[in-house]
Design a binder for this molecule. Structure first.
Ligand code: HEC
Ligand code: HEC
Length: 233
């Protein structure tokens, strides 16, 4: 009895695998579904490696269960800025059922060797003033898009698609400010582009996104197509 109690207290205080015992393991179908969502619908692998595929901005997700409790993983996915203030990870709104599925999947992944050249996570850059587009860009975007917007950030080579070249006049003058806004706010997936481009709408404010668009316009030294300008910007 004493033993059981001690074990119970330990399990509570360390809380490593809270879901154990309450839920049975994911079915193979559930695991395949979670993996497909992670690889194709969410931006997670833009920044994280999963079984040797993916970006190197954040820690390898393959082995996250060895470092973090179920509760930590769930909290990080639900609201990264609350768990790690200043984190480079934006908050990604998703249905609760999807989040639960992803948490359980990560929590049950069998241990494997970490990716061979996994880089140390990039430390969060200092917070930028809301209207300083260049500082915001350096903080949130440069790891993939490159400091000068040439699509050549340190993380770019780990992505299946080259990040957009914001410094390219040819590429950017055919994009309206609204299209840029929608992609930054809603992510690549909603614009029928690579899902590895994260959505920042739940993390950055409207003035911050507008400052980023102004910065992209200064990088390409161009404006959007004539038809898209409403004269207010
Ligand atoms: C723009 C990059 C980015 C994206 C996109 C992203 N993350 Fe993260 N994530 C990070 C960084 C960076 C950290 C490390 C915390 C820190 O220091 O900022 C992190 C930490 C985590 C952690 C904790 C890992 C640990 O070992 O502490 C989990 C779990 C996690 N992310 C899951 C996800 C999932 C699931 C998704 C997709 C829904 C996702 N992340 C999308 C950058 C990202
Ligand atoms: C994890 C890597 C990553 C991060 C971080 C990232 N992006 Fe992207 N972004 C991409 C990729 C990859 C694409 C290309 C998608 C495609 O072409 O299918 C892209 C595309 C875009 C586009 C679409 C351009 C076009 O041609 O219409 C815009 C706009 C954009 N990113 C802005 C930003 C901004 C602003 C930030 C920072 C707030 C940012 N991105 C952060 C990876 C990233």
């Amino acid at each position: 009895m004493r033993h059981l109690l001690t074990a119970g207290v330990l399990a509570l205080s360390f809380g490593t695998r809270e879901l154990d015992g309450q839920n049975s393991a994911l079915t193979p179908f559930g695991a395949a579904k979670a993996e497909s969502i992670l690889r194709h619908q969410l931006p997670c692998l833009g920044c994280h490696t999963l079984q040797n595929e993916g970006g190197r901005i954040g820690p390898d997700l393959t082995s996250v269960r060895e470092r973090r409790s179920t509760a930590y993983i769930a909290a990080m996915i639900a609201d990264p800025q609350r768990v790690v203030p200043g984190s480079a990870m934006p908050r990604m709104p998703m249905p609760e059922a999807t989040r639960d599925l992803i948490v359980r999947f990560l929590d049950e992944l069998p241990a494997t060797a970490p990716a061979p050249d996994a880089a140390a996570p990039t430390p969060a850059a200092p917070a930028a003033a809301a209207t300083d587009g260049s500082a915001l860009y350096a903080r949130w975007c440069a790891s993939c898009h490159g400091a000068g917007g040439k699509g050549d950030g340190p993380n770019a080579s780990f992505l299946p698609v080259k990040p957009a070249q914001h410094a390219s006049r040819q590429a950017m003058e055919v994009r309206s400010d609204d299209a840029l806004y929608d992609t930054i706010h809603g992510g690549g997936a909603i614009m029928n582009r690579s899902a590895r481009m994260p959505a920042f709408g739940a993390t950055l404010t409207d003035p911050e996104i507008r400052a980023l668009i102004a910065h992209i316009r200064s990088l390409c030294n161009c404006r959007g197509p004539e038809w898209s300008r409403d004269g207010t910007r």
